[in-house]
Design a protein around this ligand. Structure first.
Ligand code: ATP
Ligand code: MG
Length: 578
């Protein structure tokens, strides 16, 4: 490809709406153009990258025994009613009507469609196991589309679904997919961590996410991990051991009483007023889980992990209650306390979930639903609450004790590029997707699903490989392997040498761009760095002595080399791409 013909317009500046590195770089280097919120054009350079990632995914999925198909992007409402997700999925599901008033949706994922395909075709245990996958556009009306390709509304995903006769079969396929995923990301040149993650309220399910660890702002997930053992988990799933707070409450309050605590609306204000550490305060938070209020109790130096809380009550949507909702709950229970003074006492008929560490608290301070008052020196037995349930609803903190080996946990940021999930019979049961087993009995398939964000993986690769000048693509997913730059297009020797190198590389299957533009060398170098070609061959003045210059984008390493040797070296490098 000649640069003069390549469809790419690099920008002088980063676009003003881009917050993270990958969005800034991909837009400025001419890979993507925004069409509307969360929807992007993948321009020719981007499309080459995406196809490379797709091909790696395809090769590894095929090698792992999965079969590719393609399902429709538009799906009928009825299928989503069968699984029960039409109501449950929420606003991310983009719903629309056709001309006959039939209601449809744009596929955000394909469990329903694949399960309907399976139940029509897989009737006997003899046909199982099967793993089917597709690479396709998805649409999710995300609350906050942001970060360019990392969280778009329309994006490309590889989604695979496995069907087995039993749990043991699923376990085996899950392992098989975990290994395939490791190979896929390794081949893409991406270091990933496989971490335990939340799998929703359905008990017993297992899921793992593949995270690209990053120190950029784009890491939306906190990953807790242990250096001494293998433990690593997304914060929405991470657990830790927590020692009872070191302070002994008896030193502060040895009898229980109700005292005035005027204007102590926050934990900081209360602990300051009472001159006590926050570990001595039992904090009460009001959440709304699927429209129902839930009280969460936690030691006040710690935070509630909302997904863990939601799972503990078996919900699918959670948010903190508004002050109006809190006022309504108070009125309903015959209290008029304002936030800051809420507590579990007298809250009959409301689910109360206490973090398991609350059991260890003694002689603590707690709100009792009277404004400007708290009970001090309290113990759970004083509070007369018979509807308390215990669960681990705590957000882990760095330094907490690893649940597996007892060493302190560390925390880092991660971008989720893929996940694997044991679904069990979550879809096959309600959708009556069954097969006949060895004994002639009808059984629902035991399913797994396995996703990879193709477009997100490309963006994550940029987050992991860039410098101030631009992108440093790992060679396996770079749009082109090499750019050849004649410093002066008017210099005949430079131009003929550059053209010969270009043609020789092209003939041998190296993907190469010849920057034949009549531009200053500086402009060409800048564009080469920005676009992120892994190798640059510069043909300049030294060609009169028989040398060109080869630059490695990743390391910045420069070598003076003969043109033929440069060609040979690059052919060899490209041959070795896995
Ligand atoms: P997230 O928690 O980031 O929203 P998810 O759990 O909704 O992801 P899945 O439904 O399992 O993700 O989708 C599989 C893969 O698709 C994810 O691992 C991710 O790589 C990609 N993906 C999900 N949502 C988006 C999005 N809005 N934009 C780009 N890629 C996405
Ligand atoms: Mg999501």
């Amino acid at each position: 490809m000649k640069m003069s013909k390549l469809f790419v317009q690099t920008l002088r500046e980063f676009p003003s709406d881009a917050e993270v590195v990958s969005h800034k770089m991909l837009a400025r280097a001419g890979y993507i153009r925004k069409l509307t919120s969360g929807v992007y054009n993948f321009l020719p350079l981007m499309w080459r990258v995406l196809k490379k990632i797709e091909n790696i995914v395809r090769e590894e999925m095929d090698a792992a025994g999965a079969q590719e198909l393609l399902m429709p992007f538009v799906q009928p409402k009825e299928l989503w009613e069968e699984s029960g997700r039409w109501d449950a999925y929420g606003k991310e599901l983009m719903r629309l009507k056709d001309r006959h008033d039939r209601i449809m949706c744009l596929g955000p994922t394909h469990e329903e469609v694949i399960t309907s395909i399976a139940r029509d075709g897989l009737k006997s245990y003899k046909q199982l196991p099967v793993n089917l996958y597709q690479i396709q556009s998805k649409f999710r009306d995300e609350v906050r589309p942001r970060y360019g390709l990392l969280r778009g509304r329309e994006f490309i995903m590889k989604d695979a679904y496995s069907f087995d006769t039993d749990e043991a079969g699923l376990d085996k396929e899950y392992e098989n997919m975990a290994k395939a995923y490791k190979r896929i990301f390794d081949r893409c040149g991406l270091a990933t961590k496989m971490v335990q993650s939340d799998s929703g309220a359905i008990g017993g399910s297992v899921s793992h996410e593949f995270m690209v660890i990053t120190d950029t702002d784009a890491g939306e997930n906190d990953v807790f991990y242990c250096d001494s053992c293998d433990y690593s988990a997304n914060s929405n799933h991470a657990v830790s051991k927590l020692q009872p707070a070191l302070v002994d409450g008896k030193d502060y309050f040895n009898k229980t009483e109700i005292i005035d605590t005027p204007n102590t609306h926050s934990i900081e204000e209360l602990s300051e007023f009472l001159k006590i550490p926050s570990t001595l305060i039992l904090k009460t938070l009001v959440y709304i889980v699927d429209k129902t209020p839930v009280l969460a109790l936690i030691r006040a130096d710690r935070a509630v992990e909302e997904t863990k809380l939601m799972n503990s009550v078996g919900g699918i949507e959670i948010r903190i209650a508004s002050s109006a909702e809190i006022a309504e709950i108070m009125a309903d229970k015959g209290f008029d306390a304002v936030p800051g003074f809420i507590g579990p006492k007298g809250m009959k008929g409301i689910r109360i979930i206490a973090d398991e560490t609350v059991k260890d608290m003694k002689n603590f301070v707690v709100g009792i639903n009277i404004t400007d008052k708290h009970q001090v020196g309290a113990n759970l037995s004083d509070l007369e609450i018979d509807n308390i349930e215990y669960a681990d609803i705590r957000l882990v903190e760095a330094g907490d004790i690893c649940p597996e080996c007892g060493k302190p946990l560390l925390v880092t940021k991660g971008i989720e590029v893929g996940n694997i999930f044991k679904l069990g019979t979550k879809y096959s049961k309600p959708m009556n997707a069954v097969f006949t087993d060895v004994n002639g009995e009808m059984k629902p398939y035991v399913m797994g699903c396995y996703g990879i964000g193709i477009s997100r993986t490309a963006a994550a690769a940029v987050e992991a490989h860039y410098d101030e000048y631009g992108i440093k693509w790992p060679i396996a997913i770079a749009p082109y392997h090499v750019v050849v730059i004649p410093v002066s297009t008017n210099d005949e020797l430079q131009m003929t040498t550059a053209t010969k190198i270009y043609e020789d590389l092209q003939k041998s299957g190296v993907e190469v761009v010849l920057d034949d533009r009549d531009e200053r060398a500086g402009v060409k170098f800048k564009d080469a760095d920005l676009i992120g070609f892994p190798y640059r061959i510069t043909v300049g003045k030294t060609i009169t002595e028989g040398f060109v210059e080869c630059k490695v984008r990743e390391t910045g390493e420069l070598t003076k080399i003969k043109p033929d040797e440069a060609v040979e070296k690059l052919i060899e490098i490209v041959k070795n791409i896995k």
